[in-house]
Design a binder for this molecule. Structure first.
Ligand code: SAH
Length: 235
């Protein structure tokens, strides 16, 4: 499989950089990330302890998940290609006295430098923003120690996902800025399973994340038809 050291869409980085000031505003454009954070954290903790683990958070943005992992005792490094996001993440962690190392880097470059260094890798809400998600997954496999855990999240591709994640979230409920997501970049679970297989990763669990528009609550569910989480490991 080809490794793309330039596996990045500059328009995506510009989009997230513009939103950088809003990362830690729980009522702003990152609200959905704040809302789902407890769920993905619960999902991760079901399958691995975090204390003293070497953890890499790829596409960490402003550090919403990175900080949660560090507060639980993980030795966390967060990487992202948006310099603005990394600045916000660094300042926020210092302000909160949470120890996280942040760096502007791509997963692929990091994998060349630090193969087999991490017990746990998280890569949430990133795969649907890159030209070649398989290249990121391959980089994750390289970065993991043997038996290391990889946690991913993304959005399924089907008419219901279009209705919920684009029409609903961006146009009707305005939970996210218009243009946040492109339908054709969404990833079906079967495509995800194939990418994991190609990278020699063992798929262990998948779980859906459901948003209830009336109660405005999120919950874990067996239904992976829209947003979903994946747990796999390096066999
Ligand atoms: N993972 C975080 C942020 C998700 S938003 C969370 O779930 O809370 C997506 C992030 O991916 C943005 O910060 C954006 O800058 C970053 N990103 C987009 N393309 C990238 C790439 N090719 N490599 C690394 N980060 C990327």
């Amino acid at each position: 499989m080809a490794i793309f050291s330039n596996n990045v869409d500059p328009a995506e980085i510009a989009k997230f950089s513009l939103l950088a000031e809003d990362w830690w505003n729980p009522f702003g454009s990152s609200k959905p990330l704040h809302d789902i954070n407890p769920l993905r954290f619960e999902f991760i903790k079901k399958y691995t302890p975090l204390s003293n683990m070497a953890i890499l958070d790829i596409g960490c943005g402003g550090g919403i998940l990175s900080e949660s992992l560090a507060k639980e005792g993980g030795k966390v490094t967060g990487i992202d290609l948006s310099e603005d996001a990394i600045k916000v993440a660094t300042l926020h962690s210092q302000d909160q006295n949470v120890s996280v190392t942040y760096q502007v880097a791509s997963a692929e470059d990091y994998a060349e430098e630090f193969p087999a260094q991490f017990d746990i890798i998280t890569c949430m809400e990133l795969l649907e923003h890159v030209p070649s998600p398989d290249s990121i997954i391959q980089a994750c496999a390289t970065l993991l120690k043997p038996k290391g855990h990889l946690f991913l999240s993304t959005i399924n591709r089907n008419p219901k996902a279009y209705l919920y994640a684009i029409l609903g979230a961006e146009y009707l409920l305005k939970l996210l800025p218009k243009g946040t997501h492109q339908y054709e970049k969404f990833i079906r679970p079967i495509e995800m399973a194939e990418m994991l297989h190609q990278a020699d990763l063992q798929l262990a669990h998948m779980s859906g994340m459901h948003y209830h528009p009336i109660f405005k609550t999120y919950s874990l569910t067996d239904d992976v038809s829209v947003n979903y989480l994946v747990h796999c490991y390096k066999g």
